[in-house]
Design a protein around this ligand. Structure first.
Ligand code: 16G
Ligand code: ZN
Length: 531
C-alpha cells in the first residue's frame, strides 16, 4: 500500500504533459528528450513490475542510439539480456500514455492481469549514454524503481550492449561472466588474446585500426578497454566526444546512409576503419582506395566474414552443427547470393528490428544475424556450446580438430550473445582478419555489392502500407505491389520493396540493380508509385 502512495507522490514530480501520446516501438521509446521525463519514471515502475514477475534482474537503458543529441529514449532489457518481450511492450505503451490521475489504475491493472506478487523483491539495472539529457532522465528511471520499492544498481555511462551483458551475467549467476564493466573487458580481451595467438606475425600496421566513436559512449569505452588489448591491437580513436557533437556527421548510421567517411577522421588510403553508433550496438567498416574512392563493409559483409570463419572451423573440428545467417530485406542481393550459393549456408530473412532477427537466429545451432546497418551478433545454442567444449577438452582429439574447437570456444567468449555489440563485433572481426592474414581489401573482395539506393517518402498515413514475406511484398494498398513488380522488370538484377518505418513517420523505399543509375531510377520510380 505504502508503495502506491509513494508512486503517486513521486509521479507528481514527473508529470505527463496532457495529451502526449508515445508508443513503445522497435527500439523502445524515442523522441525529443524534453518529452521523456514521465516516460522514464514510468519505465522505472514497469521494470520493477517486470522484475517481480520474472523474479529476475531487468535492465533499463537510457539512449536514443544514432538519433541527434537532442533526442533521447529508453529500452527495457529482459532477464537473459534480450529485448523486452512483445506482450509487455503494450503495457509500456499503456503506462506511457495514461494521464496523470489514471496512472495508479493502469499500474494496478497490469499487476492484476499479470498476477504479480508485490511482495516479491525487484532488481533493476540502469545505464545511460552520453547525451546531456541522460543524467536527469536516468535519475527519473531510478525514482520510478525506488517508488515501487525496487532495488536498483546504476551503472552510469555504459554502452547499450554492456548493460544487456550485465543483466545476463546477473541472471545466470555469473555463468556468462562477471556483471561489471571490468568483468566485460576481462572476458572479451582474454578471448581476443587467445584468438590473436593464432595469428601469424603481424606488423604494427596490420594491428592498427581507426575507430570513429560517433562522439558517444563507444569512444569512452573502447578507450577504457585499450589497455587490455595493447599487445595485439593499436587503436586510433576519432570523434571521441572531446570536440564534436554526438552522431553529427559521424557514426555508423551516417557512414552507412551517406556512404562516405565521417568528419573528424584522419586516415590514409587502405587504412582499416570502423564506426560505432551513438550507443555502440552497431558497427560498420570501411576504407578508401588509392583513387580516394570510399568502400563500405556493412553488416552483410560482416555476417559473411563471420559465418565463413565459423563454417571453416566447424569443418576442421568435424562438428556437424547447423549454421544459418539471418538477414532482413535490406541485405544486399549479392550477399544473399554468395551465402546461399558459394558458402552454402542457410539464409533466413526476417522483418526489420533486432528482436525478429534474434528470435530467428535462436532456431539454429549457430545463428549469425546482422542487419545491413551493422547491428548483429552470433547465437550459439546450449547444445552447440556443449559439443564445442567437449571437443576442446577431449584428450583423444587430434591436434587440428582440437585447435579448431579451441578457436570456436574463444569465439563464443568474445561474442556478446545478448545483442549486437560494436566493441565485441570489432574484436571478433579483428581476430578473424588476423588469423586469416586477411586485409580489409581482401575481405571486401569476397563479393561485390549490387548498387542500391534507399529513399524516404512522406505520406499522409504510412500505415496504409501493409507488408508480408518479411516486408518484401506489399499487400496494401491494392495495386502497389503489381506496380513495383512492373518497374523491377525494367532493370537487370533488380529488386525493390517499400515498408513503413517503425521509427519515423515515413515510408522507406529500397532498390537495387546492376548499375547505380538503374538503382537510383528504380528507387525514384517506386517512390512515385507509393504516393
Ligand atoms: C530500430 C531497430 C533497428 C532497425 C531500425 C529500423 C532495434 C534495437 N533497433 O532502430 O534494428 O534497423 O529500427 O528503423 O531493434 P526503421 O523502421 O525506421 O527503418
Ligand atoms: Zn544503437
Amino acid at each position: 500500500m505504502a508503495h502506491f502512495e509513494e508512486v503517486c507522490k513521486q509521479s507528481d514530480l514527473h508529470p505527463k504533459p496532457a495529451g502526449l501520446v508515445l508508443q513503445y516501438g522497435t527500439a523502445g521509446f524515442r523522441t525529443s528528450a524534453n518529452k521523456l521525463d514521465h516516460i522514464m519514471f514510468r519505465m522505472g515502475l514497469l521494470a520493477t513490475l517486470r522484475s517481480k514477475k520474472t523474479k529476475a534482474t531487468i535492465g533499463v537503458m537510457v539512449t536514443a542510439s544514432h538519433n541527434p543529441e537532442e533526442d533521447n529514449g529508453v529500452k527495457l532489457i529482459d532477464p537473459m539480456g534480450e529485448m523486452l518481450t512483445s506482450s509487455w511492450e503494450d503495457y509500456a505503451t499503456q503506462l506511457a500514455n495514461t494521464e496523470q490521475n489514471e496512472l495508479l489504475k493502469t499500474l494496478k491493472d497490469i499487476i492484476e492481469k499479470e498476477a504479480i506478487d508485490m511482495s516479491q523483491e525487484a532488481n533493476v539495472y540502469v545505464g545511460k549514454d552520453t547525451r546531456r539529457s541522460s543524467a536527469s532522465l536516468s535519475q527519473a528511471v531510478l525514482d520510478g524503481v525506488k517508488a515501487l520499492g525496487g532495488h536498483c544498481k546504476d551503472y552510469g555511462l555504459v554502452t547499450t550492449p554492456q548493460l544487456h551483458y550485465m543483466v545476463c551475467c546477473q541472471n545466470t549467476q555469473g555463468k556468462y561472466g562477471e556483471a561489471t564493466v571490468e568483468g566485460y573487458y576481462h572476458k572479451l580481451s582474454q578471448a581476443f588474446s587467445q584468438l590473436a595467438k593464432n595469428a601469424s606475425n603481424r606488423t604494427d600496421d596490420q594491428k592498427h585500426l581507426s575507430v570513429d566513436g560517433a562522439n558517444g559512449i563507444g569512444a569512452i569505452k573502447v578507450r577504457e578497454m585499450e589497455s587490455h588489448l595493447r599487445k595485439h591491437m593499436q587503436l586510433s580513436v576519432f570523434n571521441d566526444g572531446s570536440r564534436g557533437k554526438l552522431n553529427h556527421q559521424c557514426g555508423a548510421d551516417f557512414v552507412k546512409v551517406q556512404q562516405k567517411l565521417p568528419t573528424g577522421i584522419k586516415i590514409n588510403p587502405g587504412d582499416r576503419c570502423c564506426s560505432f553508433d551513438g550507443d555502440a550496438d552497431r558497427i560498420v567498416y570501411y576504407y578508401t582506395d588509392s583513387q580516394g574512392d570510399f568502400h563500405l563493409l556493412d553488416g552483410d559483409k560482416i555476417a559473411t566474414l563471420i559465418s565463413t570463419f565459423l563454417k571453416e572451423l566447424l569443418n576442421e573440428a568435424g562438428l556437424d552443427l547447423k549454421i544459418a545467417v539471418v538477414q532482413t530485406a535490406y541485405a544486399n542481393g549479392s550477399s544473399t547470393h554468395y551465402l546461399e550459393n558459394t558458402m552454402k549456408v542457410i539464409v533466413k530473412c526476417t522483418k526489420t528490428g533486432v528482436k525478429h532477427l534474434h528470435h530467428a537466429a535462436q532456431e539454429f545451432d549457430i545463428g549469425v544475424y546482422f542487419e545491413a546497418n551493422g547491428h548483429g551478433t552470433v547465437l550459439f545454442s546450449d547444445g552447440a556450446e556443449e559439443k564445442i567444449q567437449q571437443l576442446a577438452s577431449d584428450t583423444n582429439t587430434n591436434d587440428e580438430r582440437k585447435k579448431a574447437a579451441f578457436l570456436l570456444q574463444n569465439t563464443i567468449n568474445i561474442i556478446n550473445q545478448t545483442v549486437g555489440d560494436a566493441i565485441s563485433d570489432m574484436l571478433l572481426i579483428e581476430a578473424i582478419l588476423a588469423i586469416k592474414g586477411m586485409s580489409v581489401q581482401h575481405w571486401d573482395a569476397i563479393y561485390s555489392d549490387l548498387p542500391n539506393r534507399q529513399l524516404k517518402v512522406k505520406v499522409s498515413d504510412r500505415r496504409v502500407i501493409d507488408t508480408t514475406d518479411a516486408e518484401r511484398r506489399a499487400v496494401t494498398p491494392a495495386g502497389l505491389q503489381e506496380a513495383i513488380d512492373d518497374l523491377v522488370k525494367k532493370y537487370e538484377k533488380a529488386r525493390s520493396f517499400v515498408r513503413p518505418s517503425g521509427t519515423e513517420d515515413v515510408v522507406r523505399v529500397y532498390a537495387e540493380a546492376d548499375t547505380q543509375e538503374s538503382a537510383d531510377a528504380l528507387a525514384h520510380e517506386v517512390s512515385l508509385a507509393v504516393y
